[in-house]
Design a binder for this molecule. Structure first.
Ligand code: ATP
Length: 490
């Protein structure tokens, strides 16, 4: 990461804390690594992102319904899904500092250094070699790659490495009264929300009378014992996912994979986010369940990184659950197969998944929104305003209502506007401080519209609306305000 990007990123983290978006968890006890709490504006923004995703998945797609499954699930689920045996990352320890690294992160950091030094081709070769070795699970080869490139530990500065080993990322805990055999009571905190969807596939299909192709959407917490937890809320140990599993007829999964790959990028762009900051990354090393997979990557201040995954998961999960639970996970398709003239009949559906991290989307929006804008004043001097250009529909507060003074009946008029608007969208009321100061505070939390009630309001019922991004101000009828804001946020 360049020094400038590092500074911008640090400024975003400080801003997020100072303005009540994100706090380190358990801060008065010096925090808990890779766990964060969302403050008043952060929780609002997070909820708005979740709602926007939920609406675009369920309300806007007649063939997608939602569920809300429990975090605790039967432990055999994680055996069936492959997580007990396969949900692990190759790790390597530095023998001098005892610091543990994820092998891919270590190598990626080296590639970033090479790119920064103008050696992009060398960096690309390094990444390609790493991906091939990861795909082949060639741990000896990965260690050699680290040694050949003289990659050293950032703490000890040495290249004194252990062998590469696998490390399972699931958290476990005990259920109920403790017995002699700990394994009997062992439950996991789910590392993804998807399995809650798979094990409810037939419940949902039958009760909501869904016909293939159809989807099930879910948002909720997931937990991973990430070894290298870094980059603020980008990689957390407790985080939230927004996942949708789309069940399709076998043989059609390729078409649906393409469909969702495009559809999901469109969702990001529908928020007015810049297309130039997005790219697809097709996977070379496929997860244990995947047939085809790609990431939607975004250019964060620390480089292009995954924000969402699109995975063609075949019939892997349902077949596994069928085998482990001994309950059929089939669908009867009575549509006619033109090649045989008969119904398609019973089959285990194939699945295309879209999986996005809510916290990562939050960080993406914050990174894109944050600007330290230098303004030239009338006397030629400059001033900096910090502004969050959040999409209006996601902003924590939509409208700030600001009476110019605390007297002359202006607060009463302002309160009348509050009463009119607050059932429809989130409003904020403030009388204190000079108007310029109040505008700046709203800019810093990304409020798209501020309105000032002044003496003219009493005479002609008009107010001054001020737009966050352009800082333009215009007079509009107070009675038109609610509809004006509503139009911008839907
Ligand atoms: P990564 O390679 O970054 O670890 P992944 O490929 O393991 O991610 P998936 O299992 O595909 O991630 O999970 C889907 C989405 O969940 C990711 O695209 C990401 O947005 C989010 N996610 C995964 N792990 C974390 C985490 N530790 N903290 C925050 N979000 C996460």
């Amino acid at each position: 990461m360049s020094i400038q990007s590092e500074n911008t990123f640090q400024a975003i983290i400080s801003h997020a804390k100072e303005y009540g978006f994100v706090f380190p968890s358990s801060e008065i006890y010096d925090g808990l690594s890779a766990v964060y709490d969302y403050g008043p504006y952060g929780s609002e923004l997070k909820k708005n992102i979740r709602d926007y995703w939920w609406k675009s998945m369920t309300q806007m797609h007649e063939n997608i319904v939602g569920i809300d499954a429990a975090i605790f699930m039967h432990p055999t689920i994680w055996k069936a899904s492959g997580h007990v045996d396969n949900f692990s990352d190759p790790m390597i320890d530095n023998k001098d500092s005892n610091k543990r690294y994820r092998v891919d992160h270590l190598i990626e950091a080296k590639a970033d250094q090479l790119t920064a030094a103008g050696k992009s081709e060398e960096a690309a070769t390094l990444i390609a070699t790493m991906e091939a070795l990861l795909a082949a699970e060639d741990f000896g080869g990965l260690k050699k790659l680290i040694e050949d490139h003289k990659i050293v530990c950032s703490v000890s500065g040495t290249g004194n490495w252990t062998d590469v080993r696998q490390f399972n990322l699931m958290f476990s805990t005990e259920f109920g009264a403790v017995s002699d055999n700990e394994e009997d009571n062992k439950v996991y905190l789910r590392p993804e929300t998807a399995q809650g969807i798979f094990v409810n596939f037939l419940n949902v299909q039958k009760t909501a009378r869904m016909k293939i192709p159809f989807g099930i959407a879910q948002t909720g917490k997931a937990f991973r014992n990430e070894i290298v937890a870094r980059q603020f809320i980008f990689r957390m140990r407790e985080f939230e996912q927004m996942e949708m599993q789309f069940f399709v007829r076998p043989g059609t999964e390729g078409t649906w994979y393409q469909y969702w790959k495009e559809e999901r990028l469109k969702w990001h762009l529908s928020l007015g986010l810049p297309a130039t900051k997005y790219r697809y990354h097709d996977h070379v090393k496929l997860a244990h369940y995947a047939k085809e997979a790609c990431d939607i990557e975004y250019e964060f201040p620390f480089g292009f990184k995954e924000v969402e995954g699109i995975h063609s998961r075949s019939d892997f999960d349902l077949t596994q659950h069928q085998q482990y639970s001994k309950k059929k996970q089939q669908y009867f398709d009575n549509d006619i197969d033109e090649s045989t003239g008969k119904p398609y009949g019973n089959y285990v559906p194939y699945v295309v998944e879209t999986s996005i991290g809510l916290d990562r989307m939050f960080l993406l929006l914050l990174s894109n929104a944050y600007e330290e804008e230098v303004l030239t004043k009338e006397d030629g001097t400059t001033d900096t305003r910090v502004v969050l250009h959040l999409p209006a529909k996601l902003a924590p507060v939509k409208l700030a209502v600001l009476p110019l003074t605390k007297k002359d009946g202006l607060p009463e008029l302002a309160q009348q506007l509050m009463r009119e608007c607050k059932p429809y969208f989130h409003c904020f009321y403030e009388e204190k401080d000079a108007i310029g100061k109040r505008y700046r505070r709203q800019d810093a939390i990304g409020t798209p519209f501020c309105v000032t009630i002044d003496h003219q309001t009493k005479e002609d019922g008009t107010v001054t609306i001020r737009y966050r991004d352009s800082m333009l101000q215009e007079r509009v009828a107070m009675s038109a305000l609610k509809d004006l804001v509503m139009k911008e946020i839907f």
